[in-house]
Design a protein around this ligand. Structure first.
Ligand code: AMP
Ligand code: ZN
Length: 125
C-alpha cells in the first residue's frame, strides 16, 4: 500500500503523490473542469489531440483500492460530461484506467484517461 494511504484506499496525502499535489494546487496543471471531489486536467504527455485525466481529489491509489461505488460512478459520469464539453463525444473517445504495473499504471493515484480527437486502435499495446 502507498505510504500514508489507509487500507480502504482513502487516506492522508502521501508525501510524493503528484496528483494529490495538483489537487491541492501545490504544483501547476491545466485544470479543465472541477466537480464535487473530482478534478480534470490536461495530461502532460498527451497521447491524442484531447488527453485529459480525471481524478478524485482525495488520495486513492488504484482501482483495486476503490470500494466506493458512488465515487466510481461519479468519476465515470464526470468523464462522460467532460468528453461532451470537450467536443469529442460525438465522434467518439476512450476512457482508460490503467491499474498496477501490468496495466501500465505509473502514477499511483486513481485516474481516468479521457482520450479523443483521433481514431483509436484496438487492441491496445
Ligand atoms: P498512468 O501511466 O496510467 O499512471 O498515467 C499517468 C499519466 O499522468 C501519464 O499519461 C502522464 O503523462 C501523466 N502525468 C504525470 N505527471 C503529470 C503532471 N504533473 N501533470 C499532468 N499529467 C501528468
Ligand atoms: Zn494522491
Amino acid at each position: 500500500m502507498t505510504p500514508g494511504a489507509s487500507p480502504g484506499g482513502r487516506g492522508t496525502m502521501p508525501g510524493g503523490c503528484v496528483f494529490c499535489k495538483i489537487a491541492a494546487g501545490e504544483i501547476p496543471a491545466t485544470i479543465v473542469k472541477r466537480g464535487d471531489g473530482v478534478l480534470a486536467f490536461k495530461d502532460l504527455n498527451p497521447q491524442a489531440p484531447t488527453h485529459l485525466l480525471v481524478i478524485p481529489t482525495h488520495h486513492v491509489a488504484t482501482l483495486n483500492e476503490t470500494k466506493d461505488a458512488g465515487l466510481l460512478g461519479k468519476l465515470l459520469g464526470f468523464a462522460r460530461d467532460l468528453a461532451r464539453e470537450s467536443g469529442i463525444a460525438e465522434r467518439g473517445y476512450r476512457v482508460v484506467v490503467n491499474t498496477n504495473p501490468d496495466g501500465g499504471q505509473t502514477v499511483f493515484h486513481l485516474h481516468l484517461h479521457v482520450l479523443g480527437g483521433r481514431p483509436m486502435t484496438w487492441p491496445p499495446g
